[in-house]
Ligand binder design. Sequence first.
Ligand SMILES: Nc1ncnc2c1ncn2[C@@H]1O[C@H](COP(=O)(O)OP(=O)(O)OP(=O)(O)O)[C@@H](O)[C@H]1O
Length: 262
Amino acid sequence: MDFFHASPNSPIPHAQPRVLEVRQLAKRYGRREAVAGISFSVHRHEIVGLLGPNGAGKTTTINMLLGVLAGDGGEIRIDGLDLKRQRSQALGRTNFAAIYAPLPGNLSVRQNLRLFGMLYDVPALETRIGELLEQFELQTLAETKCGLLSSGEQTRVSLAKAMLNQPRLLLLDEPTASLDPAKAHELRQLIRGIATEHDTGILWTSHNMQEVEAVCDRVLFLSRGRILLEGDPRQLPRAHGYENLDALFIGLAGEGLQEARP
Ligand SMILES: Nc1ncnc2c1ncn2[C@@H]1O[C@H](COP(=O)(O)OP(=O)(O)OP(=O)(O)O)[C@@H](O)[C@H]1O
């Protein structure tokens, strides 16, 4: 099966403007090509899953999109703004939530939202904080220190923080990891709502293929720094002779490993 020729002209799922355009993005660590010249985009109201086995280059890609890691080549445009030349404007339209980036535990929910709101220069900050506390059902926890919250509550606060600046591009790294199935389901609905109701596009990494099938409009399969395959997670498995996304993932990871062998 030929997994290595993802169409460069995959159909655009809808005619919304692009919130993220990545062209020929590359990053090397010594002789290791962690990201090998990838190109993709994310549109408004779209949730795109960035999938791939351990070491595929997902975190390296996200770190370059966040501007915390310099690439060796390529171009990143966020809401039309070049990340290299218009860095602060581009990053002002981006936000991020990940379990490995918890908010300071000694600050209350409100203090954290205030701190990050000031960093993002959010106008009418107290009003915005009030809206977010309501939207993410955090009113009763507003004065509680974040370090005392449950995983599910902390995830909701991280998402509220990530929506402070009403980002055009929202990066979510395994947002439901560590949540029980009921809480994970609630959170997926909440995130789906963000993509539908706001002018936001979401890039979502996850190792949970059922979740990806349920939430993502489109997926990109990354392996050894390259995009192997791209498309609708509900159609891709059958199109390649697999029963579901889990089986396709295992097939792709295997093909990637075979290609890696001398
Ligand atoms: N700072 C670094 N120095 C050297 N090599 C690195 C560094 N960071 C990442 N790598 C290598 O780059 C490759 C891609 O790593 P990356 O963390 O982006 O993968 P990933 O897809 O996020 O994996 P996972 O699913 O395990 O988090 C791996 O081979 C990794 O060992």
